[in-house]
Ligand binder design. Structure first.
Ligand SMILES: [Fe+2]
Length: 271
């Protein structure tokens, strides 16, 4: 299976060299993005790998609520360091904060292209996305590790709740659901993996071009390096904000508080 491939142009636009790939990406809810030259991915990977050392000072980053801080989950293979945009400057090294800011610009470029394709008038993009389209909203930059020596699922099948997820994976294991079957998303050197989430599906639902939130999972496996590293960025709406559904004529068709939408998704997940 050939997965779609995009790049970010010098003008910061999302660009699909093969035209058909845009259609496929919107249908699948996933595509590869050529890693921009200006993105210091190696520094981020190195930072992630160093978190494995038990004496890493970053393992002492405290918890902020359930989602942030250095987190070791007991029920699966995952440990992670997760922080919201507001805390990057305080807790991440400078270089990593700069890396996160760069991912912000990529996330914005992607969501703006989604809006452009949707036909929703540009004046409404900001409101529809709870501010993300213009640099607001909520963003996470997480460093995730799956220890493949523990036998368990890496991550069970799910959709992401937010707008856009940007993933740099060091080893295979990611699979997406296509027509009821799970298929591998191979690691493609020089490329990030982008996938769309539920909030983006929600805000484009009545537009000319809705995007799919892709169901995906991470399977457990033995690799030569037993620890699978990942750098993940989540572009999300503000948790206490609103999302709006507009059609291409600018007519409002629906809305939801972010909390209500996420609670609904949670219900579906546990059903
Ligand atoms: Fe996910």
């Amino acid at each position: 299976m050939q997965l779609p491939i995009a790049a970010i142009s010098d003008q910061c636009d999302l660009d699909f060299p093969v035209e058909r790939d845009l259609d496929r990406a919107w249908e699948l809810g996933l595509f590869y993005l050529r890693t921009p030259d200006s993105l210091d991915l190696e520094a981020a990977r190195q930072f992630g790998r160093e978190l494995i050392a038990t004496d890493s000072p970053y393992r002492r980053v405290p918890h902020f609520g359930e989602l942030e801080g250095f987190i070791a989950l007991e029920n699966n293979q995952q440990t992670k360091l997760a922080l919201r945009r507001e805390r990057w400057a305080q807790h991440y090294p400078k270089q990593i904060t700069a890396f996160g800011r760069k991912l912000d610009t990529i996330g914005i470029a992607i969501i703006r292209e989604v809006f452009r394709q949707s036909g929703i008038p540009e004046v409404l993009w900001d409101r529809a996305s709870g501010g993300y389209a213009s640099g607001g909203g909520d963003a996470f930059l997480n460093f995730v590790h799956y220890d493949t020596r523990t036998s368990d699922w890496g991550l069970r099948p799910h959709t992401d709740y937010g707008f856009v997820t940007i993933l740099d994976a060091s080893a295979p294991g990611l699979q997406i659901e296509i027509s009821g079957e799970f298929e591998d998303v191979p690691v493609m050197p020089g490329h990030l993996i982008i996938n769309f989430g539920e909030a983006l599906n929600f805000i484009t639902a009545y537009s000319d071009r809705a995007v799919s939130a892709v169901t995906h999972r991470v399977v457990s496996q033995r690799s030569t390096d037993p620890v699978r590293h990942g750098v993940v960025y989540f572009a999300n709406p503000d948790l206490d904000g609103m999302l709006w559904q507009f059609d291409a004529s600018g007519e409002e068709r629906g809305s939801s508080s972010v909390q209500d939408l996420f609670a609904l998704l949670e219900q579906k997940l546990t059903r």
